[in-house]
Write a protein of this length. Structure first.
Ligand code: WTA
Length: 636
């Protein structure tokens, strides 16, 4: 793509700058105007309330409903019969729902929830495969003001129980099983195990997907298909008129401590944010077929499979299974079959397909594509080039979107919907309107160009999290204390001499393993629960496909010896405790961990050793010999 002529670049920068300036200098005016793109039952009294900062509240006094905005308002237009959702099962089965169909199913599901006594503010947990009932029930929950908390179906029963307990979910929605590479994952069985250690869940709704035999607890568990049969197709459930700051959902994500955080989002600000960010970054048209390949169990799926595309009245595609099943051309065949025009995925997937080779891509006609997107981790230039050339045939700009569970939607991304900047492989380009991003040093001073620093967001934005569920202190400490008054995302970044942002990976104890967010402390606490383990430290080891993988350093207790069996046992323990995605790539048994004299494990040093980098300043280390042993170990 290269650098555009100066004149053209100026035009672009001026156009984006003009909107950005307006949003930053007069945020209330700007958002007052932009929030009107959605349907509100009642207008807000105040655009931004900052009296309890950093618990900022947007559109205070406004009344809105997510399900109404995603569905009802399209029924008044020609979009009524437009396809809202294309679903493809792993076995090739396809289902299409028009806006009208989805509306009917969401109303029925909402009625069903009401029949279980679910009311406004109740939490509903989901442990579901990628089937249409998942977005249907999310929207049904939103319709009656219940707060959904979707737990990624790759998490273990322990992890599920933890999240249910933290949210005190009253109802759980699951399926008998899910398909993955043709095999059945016994979801209901995992749920049963989780429910042994929860008390809040009164009922379980089970969707039949795989036909697997499951154990149904009398009076607690109910089949969805049996219940829904009794609910007429013309049932209408009045959408609740919810406060703009009524929580729409809680989504648990990993941080720097052992327990995941319940990030929760508003209804009004969140919807406004996902609506505008999708519009600015991808400039969606009515004839687009939008495919975001994420799992709905993560924020990317919430915001950009479910909410944003439906707010726009787009056709959103959802695929159930593994990307390379039954063959490595599965995704490309889906693009061809359904005429996907915008394709949004993660660098880890691109690197996997690079390994399979371009022949699998070339087997398919991908000429419907017009834009490509990426998210979840930094994209390396080789993957960017391959994506651009092999998938996009050098016709499709790549929209590299930087954001987080906490930000609700895109923050830094090329604004194709305003004016597309000249792209640079590996740069997410510029902040979107309303995002006051900067790169600063330890003391909060802006760093010079091409220097690594910490990414900060200096002003609140409508899509920001409302907080950490039940833990205000954690919210303040995690996000607003590192640089008082500013939001700290936990990422390293730099800006080049042209002002482009480059995200350089996590600055904290969080890993991105195949774009999934995993806390090293979560893995460590799982490991130290084993009787053989005295201490554990987990760091990310670079991996050519997954970006990084967890590697665990373990000190054993007296009386235990390192062995292959013990290594296996510990790895499996992590998988059981968190989920297969957190499995360490290996366990390194060590005599001692490098620590400071005050006893803190020097993870930074371990990370450098694993990466073959210089260990830097180690004057505070307590025992040099432990370190030398480790360096020796990783030399080969
Ligand atoms: C990383 C995913 C580089 C980053 C939406 C962030 C990225 C974390 C990008 C959030 C990108 C996300 N380039 N890094 N385009 N997008 N990240 O909460 O470290 O699962 O802080 O949200 O992913 O992960 P999360």
């Amino acid at each position: 793509m290269g650098v555009l002529p100066t004149e053209e670049k100026k035009i672009f920068l001026n156009k984006l700058e003009e909107i950005r300036q307006k949003a930053l200098e007069h945020p209330e005016e700007f958002w007052d105007e932009h929030a009107r793109a959605l349907d509100w039952f009642k207008q807000w009294d105040k655009v931004l309330d900052d009296k309890d900062k950093p618990s900022y509240r947007w559109f205070v006094g406004g009344k809105i409903n997510a399900s109404y905005n995603a569905l009802d308002r399209h029924l008044k237009t020609w979009r009524k019969n437009k396809v809202a959702l294309i679903w493809e099962g792993e076995n090739g089965e396809v289902k299409k729902y028009t806006y009208r169909d989805l509306y009917v199913e969401v109303n029925r599901a909402a009625e069903l929830l009401k029949n279980f006594g679910v009311t406004k503010g109740d939490r509903i947990a989901f442990y579901m495969p990628m089937i249409p009932e998942l977005p249907i029930f999310m929207l049904a929950a939103a319709r009656i003001g219940a707060i959904h908390t979707v737990v990624f179906s790759g998490f273990s029963s322990d992890a599920l129980a933890k999240r249910i307990n933290d949210a005190k979910a009253k109802l759980l929605i699951t399926a008998d099983g899910g398909f993955r590479r043709g095999k059945v994952i016994p979801l209901k069985e995992i749920v049963d195990k989780a429910l042994d250690s929860t008390i809040s869940v009164e009922n379980v709704i089970v969707v039949k997907r795989t036909g697997t035999k499951v154990n149904m607890v009398e009076g607690r568990d109910f089949w969805y298909h049996e219940l829904i049969e009794g609910i007429p197709r013309n049932v209408y459930v009045e959408p609740e008129r919810l406060d703009a700051n009524h929580p729409l959902f809680i989504l648990y994500t990993s941080g720097t401590t052992g327990t995941p955080k319940g990030v929760y989002h508003s209804t009004g600000g969140y919807l406004v944010w996902v609506y505008w960010t999708l519009k600015w970054a991808f400039d969606p048209h009515d004839d687009d077929i939008w495919w975001c390949t994420a799992d709905i169990g993560w924020i990317t799926g919430h915001s950009y499979i479910v909410y944003a595309p439906l707010l726009h009245g787009l056709t959103s595609l959802m695929y159930e299974g593994a990307p390379d099943y039954p063959a490595p051309d599965r995704w490309w065949s889906i693009i061809e079959k359904h005429g996907v025009t915008i394709f949004y995925t993660a660098p880890t997937a691109i690197r996997m397909f690079m390994r399979y080779g371009r022949k699998w891509v070339d087997m398919h006609d991908l000429s419907s594509l017009r834009l490509l997107g990426t998210v979840g981790e930094p994209i390396n230039p080789e993957a960017w080039e391959w994506y651009y050339e092999v998938v996009g045939k050098k016709r499709c700009p790549i929209i590299d979107t930087w954001w987080q569970t906490e930000t609700g939607g895109f923050m830094i991304a090329p604004a194709a919907g305003i004016a597309l900047p000249p792209l640079k492989p590996g740069s997410a380009t510029f902040p979107l309107p309303g995002v006051d991003a900067d790169v600063v040093d330890e003391d909060g001073k802006p760093v010079p160009p091409n220097t690594r620093g910490y990414l900060v967001i200096k002003k609140p934005w409508p899509g920001m999290l409302l907080g950490v569920w039940g833990d205000l202190k954690r919210y303040v400490d995690t996000y607003w204390s590192r640089f008082p008054g500013w939001y700290y995302p936990g990422d390293y970044a730099m800006r080049d001499e042209e002002g482009y942002f480059w995200i350089l990976g996590r600055a904290d104890e969080v890993l991105k393993v195949a774009a999934h967010r995993i806390g090293t402390m979560e893995i460590e606490s799982a490991l130290v629960a084993h009787p053989a383990v005295a201490e554990a430290a987990v760091v990310g080891k670079p991996d050519p496909v997954k970006g990084e993988v967890p590697l665990a350093f373990v000190v054993l207790r007296e009386g235990y010896e390192p062995s292959r069996e013990l290594e296996e046992e510990l790895i499996n323990l992590v998988a059981e405790n968190i989920g297969p995605i957190a499995r360490p790539a290996g366990i390194v048994f060590v005599r001692k961990l490098p620590k400071t004299r005050s006893g803190k494990i020097m993870r930074r040093v371990l990370k450098a050793i694993v990466r073959g980098e210089d260990v830097g300043d180690i004057t505070t280390i307590e025992d040099r010999s432990a370190l030398e042993e480790l360096i020796e170990m990783f030399k080969s």
